[in-house]
Every structure is written in C-alpha cells, then in structure tokens.
Write a protein that binds this ligand. Sequence first.
Ligand code: SME
Length: 158
Amino acid sequence: MIDYPELAGQARELLAGESYPVANAANLSSLVFHALPEVNWAGFYFFDGTELVVGPFQGKPACVRIPLDRGVCGAAARTRVTQLVPDVHAVADHIACDPDSRSELVVPIVKNGQLLGVFDMDSPVTGRFSDDDRRGIEQIVDVFVASLADEAPLIPDA
Ligand code: SME
C-alpha cells in the first residue's frame, strides 16, 4: 500500500514556493507516476473554458482534447466528482487513448468554485485503484490546487 501522507508531503516539498501551473503539474505527474506501481499514464487535462486539453503527463501520447460530455475525464469535469472505474470496458463512454488501459481514476481540479481541469490515472490492471488510492490522489490534487495563484486559469485567456 502507498503511504499517501508521505507522498503528499513530498508533493508539498516539490511545489514549495512555485505557482507556475505547468511546472507543478509536470513534477506532480512524474512524482505520482513513479510512486505507484501498475500505472501506464498519469497526468493533467486543463480546462480551457470549453473542453479539456492535455497538459503535463507521464506515459504514452494521449488524446489532446476531450469534450466535457465525453469519457471518464469528461464525467469527472462535468460532475466535479472523482471517477473510479475498475473496468473501462464496462463503460460505453470510455475514450481509449491507450488500448492497454483497463482501469482508471480521474480527480476533478477545482479552485474557488472554478473548474480548472482533471488529474487522470490509467492502469493496465483491472481494478487497480482502491478507495485508498482515490483519497490519496485527491490529497495530491489538493496540494496542486493550493500551489496555484487564486485567480489564474491554467490556460492563459481561458
Ligand atoms: N480514458 C480517458 C481519456 C484520457 S486518456 O486515457 C489519457 C477518458 O475516458 O476520459
């Protein structure tokens, strides 16, 4: 099991004193990707005011733009509720960026009531993500949100 309080501490150290979203998103996706076994993609989609646009990530190249009414990432953004999908093949609406992906965890990123994007993780293993992972990754996303300036969108002019 991952020591999430420890990982969140590392995340805070990594982001300390920095508010540039791309830098913080890049370092967080690397931290999480290397800390969690059996993960083939970990990274950010930023909300541009209309749809999700891929941001810093670790893993294979991914779908660039995701409308809010599509896929697991769209559902997380639309409902602002974390989506934990044990078997993506059971979700008709799943967008297969990588055919190897079997399970998925997507956490919405919201600051001061504004949707900023989502943090997405994919695994080649069915049922990879537990409730413990959900709570832990939500904590990491909180660290990201806390690092950001109050009114700055992740995508300038968004
Ligand atoms: N599977 C996601 C798309 C994003 S990629 O897997 C990186 C979805 O259904 O929203």
